[in-house]
Write a protein that binds this ligand. Structure first.
Ligand SMILES: Cc1cc2nc3c(=O)[nH]c(=O)nc-3n(C[C@H](O)[C@H](O)[C@H](O)COP(=O)(O)O)c2cc1C
Ligand code: SF4
Length: 519
């Protein structure tokens, strides 16, 4: 039997030479007259080990990494194809503690399957969820998703099954499934990993959603900065269609469902669901007032389910193993697992899927291994650019929607960005206001004008100008934005600003008494 190795084609791996490594291996095999198949997969998400090369062995895949072109001859001489010993050897990939300690449900096949092969997806248990869905029908699907406790992974954490039920209960007509793959949060890459590493799981999830609510058409709105994800999804959609898993009578059933890929318009606010719908309709990405909810009047004025990539990609496992299986993981009202993305100044950055309940401290210190710079961790921003900054004193916060909200934070899309003690938190607060000013869709005044005034205020405070008075104005402005903005872009920008001010007043040149005066 010929040997087989696996090298990721995921953007993260490509950035550090994944393509060059694959080409160099191909050349080396040719030169040595070796018959070796190179399978291009997604990434396992252990990014500090990329380019990671895995060799198929009878007991599992043996990993080597990070591999550079200059290592290849040495690896082959060391008998890498037989799992031979080498300084880059990591043993069985599944036994690497970082991977072994995870609970991979949504990501169970990512880094394992060939993302361009429908057959490989099926060989790894793919489309079993759809099989069940077809068998049980719409009402039972929704029941299962409700029972799983799955909440939207895009940020707001709204129960997915309830959203589906709302759309299902609208009168029969053209309905749509829209997948939000705009993934604009800082430090997040889980959606991209799924689309590049296991695209069929997303297609399967969208198809199940279509059956559940009576929608026959779907769209995946992918940010334009993700060309590899766009390509991977387009190939997978085509292959699913060719294989009878999209189109009329999917998988030989009575249900029709087809979908297409759309490239986003390059604005953070286009990730906001109503703005995304405007953009999908070919208009400028501007937020719509709610109500009406997209579930009632969505894309092209029709009932629409809008879900994040991770929410939809989790549905197949819910349908395969059952809602009760999924809801068995987690804590409180946060059920199941969360694909957490560790980024920023962190030693071990990557994708860590685990049940809700792990503390922020465990994630940063134990899983992430502290900072890459080796300096002390000073702050962590969770939940993207609109998320709060957490100091070490709050590292006992469990990863749980309600626990984070109780501490004026949010989980968002699960991005964790780590900063060491060289960070200037006043600069970060200014950045939050500036980001909002740049990305604002301009529809409402608190966000459009408030963010620019916010930048000016932080500048004045930093310059030591009327600090006590300007702190009062800044807090007042934050409250106006929080309670007066039409959407969460303006509404949540105060969270990073106020958390920076509350936990790191010294960076603003603001003595505690000034802060107390501002309260
Ligand atoms: C400014 C802004 C940007 C957003 N960006 C995204 C995004 O990139 N991806 C996403 O899934 N949700 C994003 N959301 C949340 C969506 O509005 C929406 O809640 C989500 O797509 C619903 O899917 P879910 O229930 O599966 O989370 C954003 C919200 C706001 C206010
Ligand atoms: S808060 Fe900002 S982004 Fe949201 S609707 Fe208002 S102006 Fe637009």
């Amino acid at each position: 039997m010929s040997a087989r190795i696996y090298i990721a084609r995921d953007s993260g791996a490509l950035c550090v030479g994944g393509e060059e490594i694959a080409a160099a291996f191909r050349k080396a095999f040719e030169k040595r007259g070796l018959d070796v198949e190179i399978v291009r997969t997604g990434s396992r998400g252990l990014y500090w080990l990329e380019p990671l090369v895995e060799v198929a062995r009878y007991k599992g895949r043996v990993a080597y990494g990070p591999v550079h072109v200059g290592d290849i001859d040495g690896l082959l001489d060391a008998g890498m194809l037989d799992g031979g010993k080498h300084r880059l050897g990591l043993g069985l990939v599944e036994d690497i503690p970082w991977l072994k300690n995870q609970t991979r449900l949504t990501f169970k096949n990512c880094g394992i399957v060939d993302p361009r092969s429908l057959e490989d997806y099926k060989a790894h248990g793919g489309y079993k969820g759809l099989e069940t869905a077809i068998e049980v029908g719409p009402e039972a699907i929704i029941e299962e998703v409700v029972n799983s406790g799955l909440r939207g992974r895009g940020g707001a954490g709204f129960p997915t099954g309830i959203k589906w039920r709302t759309v299902a209960q609208t009168p029969p007509q053209q309905k749509y499934i829209v997948c939000n793959a705009d993934e604009g949060d800082s430090g997040t890459f889980a959606d991209r990993m799924i689309m590049e590493g296991d695209p069929f799981v997303l297609i399967e999830g969208m198809t199940i959603a279509g059956i559940a609510v009576g929608a026959t058409r779907g769209y995946v709105y992918i940010r334009s900065e993700y060309p590899n994800a766009i390509e991977a999804m387009e190939i997978a959609v085509r292959r699913a269609r060719e294989g009878g898993m999209l189109g009329k009578g999917i998988a030989g059933s009575k249900y029709d469902f087809d979908m297409e890929v759309r490239a986003g318009a390059g604005a953070y606010v286009c990730g906001e669901e109503t703005s995304l719908l405007e953009s999908l309709e070919g208009k400028r990405g501007e937020v719509r007032a709610k109500p009406p909810l997209p579930a009632h009047i969505g894309l092209f004025g029709k009932p629409t389910v809008i879900n994040n990539v991770l929410s939809l990609a989790t549905v197949p496992i819910v349908m395969t193993k059952g809602g009760a299986f999924y809801s068995d993981f987690g804590m409180g009202k946060s059920r199941g697992t969360m694909p957490i993305q560790l980024a920023g100044n962190i030693k071990h950055g990557g994708l860590y899927e685990t049940a809700f309940g792990i503390t922020l401290g465990e994630l940063v210190d134990k899983v992430g291994g502290g900072t890459r710079s080796g300096r002390p961790v000073r702050a962590v921003q969770v939940g993207g650019p609109l998320g709060a900054y957490f100091p070490r004193e709050l590292f006992d916060t469990p990863f749980d929607y309600e626990a984070f909200a109780a501490r004026d934070g949010l989980i968002g899309h699960g991005g964790v960005v780590v900063f060491d003690d060289t960070v200037d938190m006043a600069k970060q607060a200014r950045f939050a206001m500036e980001f909002c000013a740049i990305e604002s869709c301009g529809k409402c005044t608190p966000c459009r004008i408030g963010s620019t005034r916010g930048v000016e205020l932080v500048d004045k405070i930093k310059a030591g100008q009327d600090v006590a008075e300007n702190l009062i104005v800044l807090e007042d402005l934050c409250n106006t934005m929080k309670f007066g903005s039409l959407c969460a872009l303006g509404g949540f920008t105060p969270y990073p600003v106020m958390s920076a001010l509350t936990h790191f007043p010294e960076d603003f040149g603001a003595p505690r008494k000034c802060l107390e005066a501002a309260k």
